[in-house]
Ligand binder design. Structure first.
Ligand SMILES: Cc1ncc(COP(=O)(O)O)c(C=O)c1O
Length: 406
């Protein structure tokens, strides 16, 4: 049986072991481990990320604050925006749990809204209907690495304005670092620049990863980022100069150094290689493609970061049995992003009488949770690997359909 790994992490660290060892040695030698306020390595990495996003085509210069995870980034961003008791925050129900955790931990009320059946991202029409005077923020996630058509976000903002209320738009770009949308006249909108602020994650297997946990808050609003920086430094501008309530949410220097090295030496190549794998999957698995990752509308296009390559299995077939067979018979590891809606997860972990929440009817999310599965996608898959995976998926799909008499 062919050996296929779900991620390319082992291969990446093996290939660049010499460089990573040098970075480790240097950081150990300097004993400059802590990424506190104005730390040189942290500032350098923040600038490198901002420059990269700007060079991706949008020219947008973001202010960036590195944090110790994507989850921390969401939490401190909402904290800096003043989200708290009695506020409502709108979230997509088909999502990783981090945004919901941040909302609940701050004592705010989550409003879980269904996703679009085409993009699997927040259904903006339903979200616009859900906005009330209590809504403090809307978080939309760039699921699996895709980004929105920016004109949809403009429309969404105008719908909110009609309600005479002010709402912070937060882009969760944890899965979409480097992704972009190019419109008909060639204007490019890059992940991280869509809302009033954005977060991303540098978890090792994210499009841009480090050797451990990591994340960032990004915004054009300098003052907001300055607030975030205070919060993650114990609310202090310098040692013991505490000014607001904060905690320790900083990124370590070691991770900052590896992150910057990965950005400057691995990221673009990996991004393009994942794209090549995704296009080959598209070609060979067209039967299963639930939605287009590459949307050509005239000359407009979405270029996904391909954090995941996710398929939707016909709902009459048993998804869990299908991926078990793929693993046991063919040695192809798969994952399910996500097996349950955030609403269902929340109801399983927080007593009902302790939370105030709202939820729209979740037809799409519930269907996706039962039918999605993600295939391996990374820069170290060979063409032969992808052909093997596609042949196996096709063979198993035919077998499952035959068994059902379809
Ligand atoms: C959409 C989304 N948001 C937030 C996070 C949290 O990031 P981290 O794992 O760095 O805390 C993740 C991580 O998987 C994610 O996928």
């Amino acid at each position: 049986m062919r050996e296929i790994s779900f991620t390319g992490l082992k291969q990446q660290y093996k290939e660049h072991r010499g460089e990573y060892n040098k970075i480790f040695d240097q950081v150990l030698e300097n004993t400059d481990f802590i990424g506190a306020y104005n730390n040189q390595s942290i500032c350098k990495t923040e600038r490198a990320i901002s420059d990269f996003i700007s060079s991706r085509g949008s020219g947008d210069k973001l202010d960036i604050c590195l944090c110790n995870s994507g989850t921390t980034s969401l939490y401190v961003l909402l904290m800096a925006l003043g989200v708290g008791k009695g506020d409502e925050v709108i979230l997509p129900d088909f999502n990783f749990i981090a945004a919901l955790e941040a909302v609940l931990l701050l004592g705010a009320n989550p409003v879980m809204v269904d996703v679009s059946p085409f993009s699997f991202m927040l259904d903006l029409e339903k979200a616009a209907d859900a906005v009330t005077v209590k809504t403090k923020a809307v978080i939309y996630t760039d699921i699996f690495g895709r980004v929105f058509d920016p004109s949809q976000i403009d429309w969404f903002r105008s719908e909110i304005e009609k309600k005479n209320t002010s709402v912070f738009l937060v882009e969760d770009a944890a899965q979409s670092f480097g992704a972009y949308y190019r419109n008909k006249i060639g204007h490019v909108k890059v992940a991280g620049t869509y809302g009033d602020a954005a977060i991303t994650s540098f978890y090792p297997v994210k499009p841009l990863g480090t050797a451990g946990e990591g994340g960032a808050v990004m915004s054009h609003d300098k003052k907001l980022i300055e607030k975030v920086r205070f919060i993650i430094n114990h609310g202090a501008a310098s040692k013991y100069n505490h000014q607001v309530l904060g905690f320790n949410g900083r990124l370590d220097v070691l991770k900052s150094e590896i992150l910057r090295w990965n950005l400057q030496n691995v990221f673009v190549n990996d991004f393009d290689k994942r794209e090549a794998v995704a296009r080959l999957y598209d070609k060979l698995l067209s039967n299963y493609l639930a939605s287009e990752r590459f949307m050509f509308i005239g000359t407009c296009k979405v270029r996904s970061a391909n954090a995941q390559y996710t398929l939707v299995l016909d709902d009459v077939l048993n998804r869990d049995a299908f991926i078990r067979e793929l693993s046991q018979r063919y040695g192809i590891p798969c994952a399910v992003h996500y097996p349950a809606s955030t609403l269902d997860v929340m109801l399983g972990i927080v007593p009902r009488n302790e939370i105030e929440y709202l939820s729209t009817k979740d037809n799409v999310t519930d269907k996706l949770c039962k039918s999605v599965f993600s295939l391996p996608i990374h820069a170290y898959l060979t063409v032969e690997d992808v052909l093997y995976i596609c042949d196996s998926v096709n063979e198993l799909y035919r077998e499952f359909k035959n068994k059902k008499g379809l």
